[in-house]
Design a protein around this ligand. Sequence first.
Ligand SMILES: *Cc1c(COP(=O)(O)O)cnc(C)c1O
Length: 442
Amino acid sequence: MDRRTSQEWADRARQVLPGGVSSPVRGFGSVGGTPVTFRSGSGAWLTDVDGNRYVDLVGSWGPMILGHAHPAVVAAVSDAVARSSSFGAPTGVEVELGEELLRRVRAVERVRFVSSGTEAVMTAVRLARAATERPVVVKFAGCYHGHLDALLVQAGSGVATLGLPNSPGVTEGAVADTVVVPYNDRQALEAVFAEQGDRIAAVLTEAAPANMGVVPPEPGFERFLRELTTRYGALLVLDEVMTGFRVGPAGWWGRFADPEVVGAAAGWVPDLVAYGKVIGGGYPLAAVAGRAAVMDLLAPAGAVYQAGTLSGNPVAATAGLVTLQHCDDALYAHLDATADAVFGIIDGAFDEAGVPHRVQRAGSLGSVFLRADPVRTFADASDQDTDAFARFFHAMLDAGVSLPPSAFEAWFVSGAHGERELEVIAAAAPVAARAAEAGRLG
Ligand SMILES: *Cc1c(COP(=O)(O)O)cnc(C)c1O
């Protein structure tokens, strides 16, 4: 595949953008080689600046759930832009988007719109600390909640990809009130709460961790989190930035935890939820949401300050609203079936090539770990053959399939992925799995 023009853009980019990119994982650091520069996308397909076409299994890391340039989104956004890009004042569409969230998620009574998932989680942490008048937040190793200082400890995603345990520039003070425990580890949590339960404002968790590869909660783990936090008067903050409106019409919680869906004995209700990615339909929009009693602490209803020049931006809110309006039961059934097919192909190809691997899933999200044993913690996830993944990644790319350029990221399908795309993936996977295996022996 000729990617000369991509190479030229990458060379220019390195003179202007640190590492040649605007966000780290895009830089291909962990898989090597030159990032592909894209020109356009349509449905499930991307076209790069050299005119090569790829089946997209990144979907902008989640937002493009309907596929690229979906006609309804393009039309609604064009209409919104023509009526101005921003007012810095109330608009109807942000209310409609908020109503859509409340309609979908019973755990949500109020919504504050922000521009990124990072901001949503940052606001949730501030709210939890204000509501409880306590300082400490508990997070899990390998969970990513955006790049706010307080949570940039054992944070998964790009931090995992680059092998950085932490980040320079984050002071000890900024993380002094952050406690990190292994995921799926009840005993570690019990111990932390026994020791300093009266200082803990909140436990933060990804609804299903997907930034260290996909590591779903073990049965009952999240209900345990709810019981433990309630017992100690702490809040439970659910990060659905990736899972929200991707794994079901009401996110992970609505599908796997809403007591009215799974039954009172298994269900549980979070205090705050962070949304992003799908909720903005490809535009910079995210939200913190949850119980009115906590959310109404936000200014101007309450005293907890939070603000944003572009918050609730009408173009982004329009994209989000139209996207969600197309996220119906039929779409989610399609995503599940498509993910089953994709991961079935991948699983089969690695089996055939004799490469030890585990496919792990959370609804339509999934990822592949190149190791023999299941992954239940970040330590497990880190113990895999990332070099073999890099070879697999490049072979897939050369065969016209664009995967996340890291063994620590989830793969994303869309409503536009169908039989034709599965055929391309099925043709590419055996070759790529053999490429992974070849180097493994060498
Ligand atoms: C992507 C992500 C974030 C951060 O969202 P940004 O919009 O990139 O700031 C936070 N939490 C989770 C679970 C995410 O996947």
